[in-house]
Design a protein around this ligand. Structure first.
Ligand SMILES: *Cc1c(COP(=O)(O)O)cnc(C)c1O
Ligand code: SF4
Length: 354
């Protein structure tokens, strides 16, 4: 005889009210975690035991680009340290209101390269699909902080024109899901999109550019793993972490789950003043990534987006740092140092005359 139903419906002992969902509430836990992300600069300061009155630009910066920080990311920051390298990536600063020559709204020319709504075709053999404008975290240095998603993303439940374009161009081997952060879409929508891409015979690879497994590791759940790493296309995940501490718990077990699936894991970082512009931090970033199955991909020179000049590292210093990585790490742990230059056929490598 089957166990009486009462045995299954009883609330498990030790469950806290906050762990429970309402009857019939199927909102995934990661979406609940996202809903609890910090969206207010004063709360961000207070949670880290910082005095908002001592943080100039907190409100001005927030007005330009709204604060968003998941709690699991906040938990990896040091308290009472206004220079914490994770905090500096998300904390609004006074300098964001400054104008600097050459720092503009769309530094990478994405505007001019739209092949279909939400589809950027700039490089041979691969296209970038802007799936959503939403991110789990708002990074202050982001080159898309002023990108007009409302006009240009393909997320209005209509992938049709982008998919028709990819179908028609047999030179395209790889689709890159980007945004925003594509993993902020539901698994239902993503699985639907992936099915439609799998039906395009000349496609071989699906690449996903995402920061979610790092900043919101809750995202790597069974629903995600029910489609990710499966199917006809080879799946490549390009993560984005700039500091070794971003790979710490609770990101580490999420990366282990992805690795267990055989998904290729790469990391791209942005070289950021005051955050990772020293050889020790940059070396440890590559080492920490590799410990979790992540190989380095790109180290980006900052895109010159309005309001981000205070993050810039000079090209001279960047080349010195890159040389230090070559001197200290095995070749496979040295990321390619690149700058994105509008009109070029790919990211442009920078070499220190090695
Ligand atoms: C960065 C980027 C790509 C991917 O380039 P890879 O060198 O393959 O990583 C593709 N399309 C656009 C528009 C890009 O900005
Ligand atoms: S997660 Fe990526 S796209 Fe989103 S704000 Fe950060 S850098 Fe920009």
């Amino acid at each position: 005889m089957p166990t009486k139903p009462i045995m299954i419906t009883r609330t498990p002992r030790g469950t806290q009210p906050s762990d429970r969902t309402h009857a019939g509430d199927t909102t995934p836990l990661w979406q609940q975690a996202l809903a609890r992300a910090i969206r207010d600069p004063v709360t961000l300061a207070r949670e880290l035991e910082l005095d908002p009155a001592h943080l100039p630009g907190l409100h001005a910066g927030h007005t330009l680009f709204r604060v968003r920080v998941p709690r699991s990311y906040l938990a990896r920051m040091r308290k009472a340290d206004p220079q914490d390298p994770l905090l500096l990536q998300v904390l609004p600063q006074q300098q964001e209101s400054e104008e600097h020559p050459g720092f503009v709204a769309d530094p990478v020319g994405d505007h001019d390269a739209l092949a279909a709504p939400g589809l950027v075709h700039k490089y041979h053999g691969r296209v970038l699909l802007l799936t959503t404008g939403a991110c789990a975290v708002h990074c202050r240095y982001c080159f898309r902080r002023e990108f007009p998603y409302a006009e240009h993303n393909a997320s209005q439940d209509d992938w049709a024109p982008a998919i028709a374009y990819i179908h028609a161009d047999t030179s395209i081997r790889e689709v890159i899901l980007s945004g925003g952060d594509p993993l902020s879409l539901s698994d239902r929508r993503l699985a639907d999109l992936v099915r439609r891409l799998e039906a395009i015979p000349h496609l071989e690879r699906l690449r996903i550019h995402t920061r979610l497994p790092v900043v919101l590791p809750e995202r790597v759940d069974e629903q995600l793993l029910s489609w990710l790493g499966k199917g006809r296309l080879h799946h490549v995940l390009v993560l984005h972490a700039n500091h070794p501490r971003e790979f710490a718990d609770p990101a580490a077990p999420a990366l282990a789950r992805l690795q267990a699936r055989g998904i290729t894991l790469l990391n791209q970082a942005v070289l950021l003043a005051g955050i990772n512009d020293d050889p020790d931090t940059l070396c440890e970033l590559q080492e920490a990534g590799f410990r979790h199955g992540v190989l380095p991909y790109y180290l980006h020179l900052l895109d010159r987006t309005r309001g981000t000049a205070h993050f810039e590292v000079t090209e001279h210093r960047a080349l010195e740092l890159h040389q230090a990585l070559h001197a200290r790490l095995p070749g496979y742990l040295v990321p390619r140092l690149v700058r994105e230059i509008p009109g070029e056929p790919g990211k442009t490598p920078r070499w220190a005359g090695l």
